[in-house]
Design a protein around this ligand. Structure first.
Ligand code: NDP
Length: 456
């Protein structure tokens, strides 16, 4: 008789939990996954996937505008927000079905409901107890909204994906990934968008040239970015309107207020504290490089650990967990040179160190290019691409690549392989470009730019 019901119970069937569960079951483990919402988790059901579908929908607005320069008469266009949301929902239903099928095929038991750790080996779901040798916490995060008067009127990315109507005028608080991606979606579809950031710049932590170039492009598109601006209160008015009081100007009357001010680990009410699992001051589970918490048989992967809160990172953490503990193949994840993207219009792609990070430990050379993409010579759109390479002076190693422009995520994904291999600038230069592309600029930048004295 087995000592436990399962070898592994995963709490949370999101990106990390799904990958770990499927692999562990594939290696012969008896696995159950507990999910209180929809299998697939934040990325597939409430994040990356539905957001990207809306981005695709929004981008047509730019394509229609650009078409005239190539001889097209597009005529009057209109957009049906409800149709886009319905199409997106249909796709999510399809994906959820695929996830359930993948679990079934892998032999993973799905347990519907809210999982609570009762002790180090027991998870309770809807009054039933299930025991496991190992428990993996992969419950992800949830939107964080600061506690200000009227904050209950604000929506987050969860609701923004399912709005019944496209807002005419929306205030978006925050200047990170989510705020800017939704600003792009709503703006392209015709809403008036005000972005409020509490500091002087969007995308804190990104390279300063990325921040400057993207700010310029977003403002050209009509997105108003209010710097050093904090919301004091939100009040509901008549006719579904809201009054937003800010400390940087006049009251704003809008029909939606959205907060995209970061996400918090989803660890409340799942019995971690009671079971002795140590979390940090944000509520994130503290784990070692093997994704192990302070309790020997309890592990955590993904956003709940608040390391790199990106889907592919969670997936890979799930993978190395399963390899290590269910395939006798000890693996840890290398967190260097993880590429990421912001799906704005235009997009951002970035990998490696920013100029600011590089200068902390290295002497660097900077290669920077700003140019008009060929497409816009005919479309007439006033949009420029920014590309930047950061190179270590002593050994010529490329430390970082950054881009603002169409297809940046697709281009940077390839370059991230080069950085992972430790490519030098000489090897970039020895690479023959593909002409005519924007990407070829990354292998044809010849002259380093002088650095600003303050940064040298
Ligand atoms: P981010 O951490 O990226 O940005 C949060 C923004 O909110 C910052 O501009 C921050 O300002 C601001 N902020 C934080 N607290 C307050 C406050 N109390 N009042 C006013 N402003 C505040 O979080 P997001 O919500 O955009 O995204 C959450 C996570 O989801 C990201 O970390 C990212 O990893 C992931 N994600 C990734 C995507 C992708 O890969 N394309 C897409 C969407 C999300 P300041 O800079 O001053 O701190």
């Amino acid at each position: 008789m087995a000592k436990f019901d399962y070898d592994l119970i995963t709490i949370g069937a999101g990106s990390g939990g799904v990958r770990a569960s499927r692999l562990a079951a594939g290696y012969g483990g008896r696995v159950a996954a507990v999910e209180e919402s929809r299998v697939g988790g934040t990325c597939v059901m409430r994040g990356c996937v539905p957001k990207k579908l809306l981005v695709y929908g929004a981008n047509f607005a730019n394509h229609f505008e650009d078409a005239a320069g190539f001889g097209w008469t597009v005529g009057e266009v209109s957009h049906d927000w409800g149709a886009l949301v319905n199409a997106k929902d249909k796709e999510l239903d399809r994906l959820e079905g695929i996830y359930h099928r993948m679990f079934r095929d892998a032999g993973v038991t799905t347990i519907d409901g809210h999982g609570v750790l009762a002790d180090a080996h027991t998870v309770e779901v809807a009054g039933k107890s299930y025991s496991a040798e190992k428990i993996l916490v992969g419950v992800g995060g949830r939107p964080f909204v600061p506690d200000i008067p009227g904050c209950e009127h604000a929506i987050t990315s969860n609701e923004a994906l399912d709005l019944k109507e496209l807002p005419k005028h929306i205030v978006i608080v925050g200047g990170g990934y989510i705020a800017l991606e939704f600003a792009g979606i709503f703006n392209a579809l015709g809403a008036r968008v005000d972005v409020l950031i509490r500091s002087g710049s969007i995308l804190r932590g990104f390279d300063h040239d990325v921040c400057d170039a993207l700010t310029e492009e977003l403002e050209k598109k009509g997105i108003a970015i209010h710097r050093d601006c904090t919301v004091q209160s939100i009040e509901k008015k008549d006719r579904n309107q809201f009054s937003v009081m800010v400390d940087c100007g006049e009251e704003m009357i809008v029909d939606q207020v959205m907060y995209a001010t970061g996400r918090s680990p989803n660890t409340k009410g799942i019995g971690l504290e009671e079971s002795g699992v140590v979390t940090n001051d944000k509520g994130a589970v503290i784990v070692d490089e093997w994704n192990r918490s302070n309790i020997e048989n309890i592990f955590a992967v993904g956003d709940v650990t608040d390391r790199f809160n990106l889907t592919p990172v969670a997936i890979n953490e799930g993978r190395v967990f399963a390899e290590t503990f269910f395939n006798d193949n000890p693996m840890t994840l290398d967190y260097t040179n993880i590429a990421s993207a912001v799906f704005t219009q235009p997009t951002v792609g970035t990998v490696g160190l920013t100029e600011e990070q590089a200068l902390a430990d290295h002497d660097v050379k900077i290669y920077l290019s700003r140019f008009k993409p060929m497409k816009h010579t005919l479309s007439g759109r006033d949009e420029r691409i920014m590309m930047k390479i950061i190179v270590e002076k002593d050994n010529d190693k490329v430390l970082g690549c950054h881009m603002v422009g169409d297809d940046a995520p697709e281009i940077i994904q390839g370059l991230s392989v080069a950085l992972k291999c430790g490519a030098t600038k000489a090897q970039f230069d020895a690479t023959v470009g593909i002409h005519p592309t924007a990407a070829e600029e990354f292998v044809t930048m010849r002259d380093a730019v002088p650095q600003a004295p303050s940064k040298a």
